[in-house]
Design a protein around this ligand. Sequence first.
Ligand SMILES: CC(C)(COP(=O)(O)OP(=O)(O)OC[C@H]1O[C@@H](n2cnc3c(N)ncnc32)[C@H](O)[C@@H]1OP(=O)(O)O)[C@@H](O)C(=O)NCCC(=O)NCCS
Length: 245
Amino acid sequence: MTKPYRTSITHHVDGKPHVYGYDLTKLAGNKSFTAVIYLILKGEMPDKNSEKMLDGMLTIAIDHGVEPSSTVAARNVYSGGSPLQAAVAAGVLAFGEYHGGAIEESMNTFKKYESEGAKKLNEDFKKKGKRVSGFGHRVYSTDPRTERLIELAKELGFYGKYVKFALEVEKELTVGSKKLPLNIDGIFAALLLEMGFHPKSGKGFFIIARVPGLVAHVVEESLREKPVRRLTEKEVEYDGPRPRK
Ligand SMILES: CC(C)(COP(=O)(O)OP(=O)(O)OC[C@H]1O[C@@H](n2cnc3c(N)ncnc32)[C@H](O)[C@@H]1OP(=O)(O)O)[C@@H](O)C(=O)NCCC(=O)NCCS
């Protein structure tokens, strides 16, 4: 008889939880959290270089200041009186196609166009008037996080066809005179493909990396700020109707 749930991830053997066949009580103290994240999302243990590459990615994305929409969302939800878990979840909900949620789409695009070339990708997206996921940044003209991850990729053997293709796309993409840098989502996408992850897991890596940052912001909000964040009228431009009779 088929049971209602199926999983190949975790089950108990002799009363101990095993992930993909590895006893968690033995992994604890012997393997890094990064290695076990790799295991749970790929089904196999990383080699040394894969672990170091993924560790670099998770580290570099852990926080990006109070400014991003997800951090503002998390802090504002907490300031309204909701508990930590709701505030952190609100931050995660703010990861969308423009911020932190572009990795899956970017992986699919790289997979589709890697053989057709960067020019074709650019032409197709321009024709459709679509933004290319993984490129552009509000603040950076070159993303220093991307630069560091590329350095690591070269050192650790992940400077492969997808990273090279992402850099070709970066050269092609301009809006007017503005260049669109390969951003953190884009380099995550290329590196995850180099490591053989499925695009469906893409967004998950950003969530995993950023949740510690969101927790830190919510804790800071709780310890240092008064409840109820509120904009002042000076910060708001009203452009609706004047008083009416
Ligand atoms: C990240 C992002 C929101 C930053 O935007 P920004 O630098 O403030 O640019 P704007 O939203 O003001 O857009 C300015 C112009 O550049 C275009 N543009 C921005 N990013 C683009 C992209 N990735 N592909 C194609 N065109 C893009 C916009 O369509 C707009 O064109 P228009 O003036 O003809 O309407 C934007 O680059 C984007 O949407 N990137 C794709 C999603 C992504 O990778 N998100 C992860 C970010 S880490």
